[in-house]
Design a protein around this ligand. Sequence first.
Ligand SMILES: Cc1cc2nc3c(=O)[nH]c(=O)nc-3n(C[C@H](O)[C@H](O)[C@H](O)COP(=O)(O)OP(=O)(O)OC[C@H]3O[C@@H](n4cnc5c(N)ncnc54)[C@H](O)[C@@H]3O)c2cc1C
Length: 483
Amino acid sequence: MGGADKGETTVVDRTEVVIVGSGFGALAVAKKLGKAGTPFVLISETTEHLFQPLLYQVATGVISPGEIAPSVRAILAKYPNADVRLGRVVDVNPDDNTVVYEAAGQRHTLGYEHLVAATGARQAYFGRDEFADLTFALKTVNDAERLRRQIIRCFEEAHITADPELRKNLLSFVVVGAGPTGVELAGQIKELAQRYFAESIGNIKGEDVTVTLVEGADKVLPPFGGKLSEYSKVSLEKAGVDVVVGTMVTDIDEHGATLKTASTGETRRLTAETIIWSAGIQANDFADVLAERTGCETVRSGRLLVDNDFTVGRADNIYAIGDMVTLDNLPAQSPFAMQGGRHVAKMILGKVPAGTAFQYRDKGSMAIINRFRAITRVGKIELTGFIAWVLWLAVHLVYLVGFRNRYIAVMSWCGSFLGHRRPHFYYAQELEPAAPAEAEKPADAPKADASKADASKTDATKHPSKRAKRKAAAAARVPVPVS
Ligand SMILES: Cc1cc2nc3c(=O)[nH]c(=O)nc-3n(C[C@H](O)[C@H](O)[C@H](O)COP(=O)(O)OP(=O)(O)OC[C@H]3O[C@@H](n4cnc5c(N)ncnc54)[C@H](O)[C@@H]3O)c2cc1C
């Protein structure tokens, strides 16, 4: 096993099943094994089970991170056969059935009978990793909090600046990628401008704020297509979002983005302080390790081409599920991760024979556009507007873990969607007024940024741009609750 330079230990323990991750896929496996009484160890690099579909509501102050990220340890506490460990799995040896994970600066080795990997995916930058430092993402709690601080910073600074050009840039937002995340963020930011900031900041009107949603395909929400994509585009435009389809972002710098329209070859420039990247996903690093150790093929996004029973490469006791894999072009969404997890658990428990092919049950798909507007497709039935919006909220409420979280989410939704409240918007202040040079120190960037930078050591990360420095400064600000 490679890279064992951190005080590696020998095998200390074994268990029946090792589950890696704490997202939708991992939790689905864990719950089934928990109920069956099968001993398992769940190792995750985060302590929470993050409900990613509601991250945009954290970024826009509707709900707090705690409500969508309950502790996975607490969720599994009722199963005495469950052992949750905080750590990052870095290697696997299929010959002696062991994984290596790092926890608290130490390396540990753990043996298994079955290994289930559900390590998810991160943003893909399609070979332009330097964009990670110039844009905001929405994949983790840190991402959502960083974006929330940036949105507040932009409106606060726009409120007081006397420089019209700076004001315009502060109030310009570019969202790259019109998948569900891009659409919901574009819709929400415009709504924030019109319904929250326009009311609370006297000199900013909704129309002063520009939100541009850029999509390379010729429609928004491409997997839906037809009437639903068209409805989404028209709804966004009615809400004041500039929707630009058939157009690629070819460059991003500290002042904005360059766009190129595929059909005409025409290029144009958008200046903006905030660029949000939601243009695709690539598998997290552990997929690479699994591919190398088991000879499993991957696609361009690094996702594993698993067999139809989710086994990985040559191994018949290693499974991978969820966003880190691709199977029959099924969508990288929570139902695929959860159903995959349950299927694998059934094989491990002997409820269905090992090697049983996975059958996906399409329960429909939905996407939210803005307040009172969503789209839903269930079989041949297509719904748009208010009914789809209520359905979206209801379905997401059902899958949110914990009664308390559901209750608080409903209260927050009432406050935000029926009223004008953003109960979890925090105003950002510096702890102590820093000299400009000091405020821009990139060393202030939190660990999450550093890990991203690790993934792509480009010139941009070695010599951070002004935007990257501002992003780091935004991340370092201390939130002070006001409501
Ligand atoms: C903003 C956003 C909105 C979305 N909206 C929807 C929606 O409306 N409907 C829908 O169905 N889907 C939606 N999705 C997609 C859905 O969230 C994912 O498909 C789902 O989370 C995938 O589950 P997973 O278990 O594969 O991975 P994840 O949920 O991403 O979990 C991965 C886990 O692995 C852990 N991990 C990673 N690497 C390691 C390692 N080396 N060692 C240990 N642990 C590790 C992580 O900490 C994490 O706990 C959305 C996603 C995002 C980002």
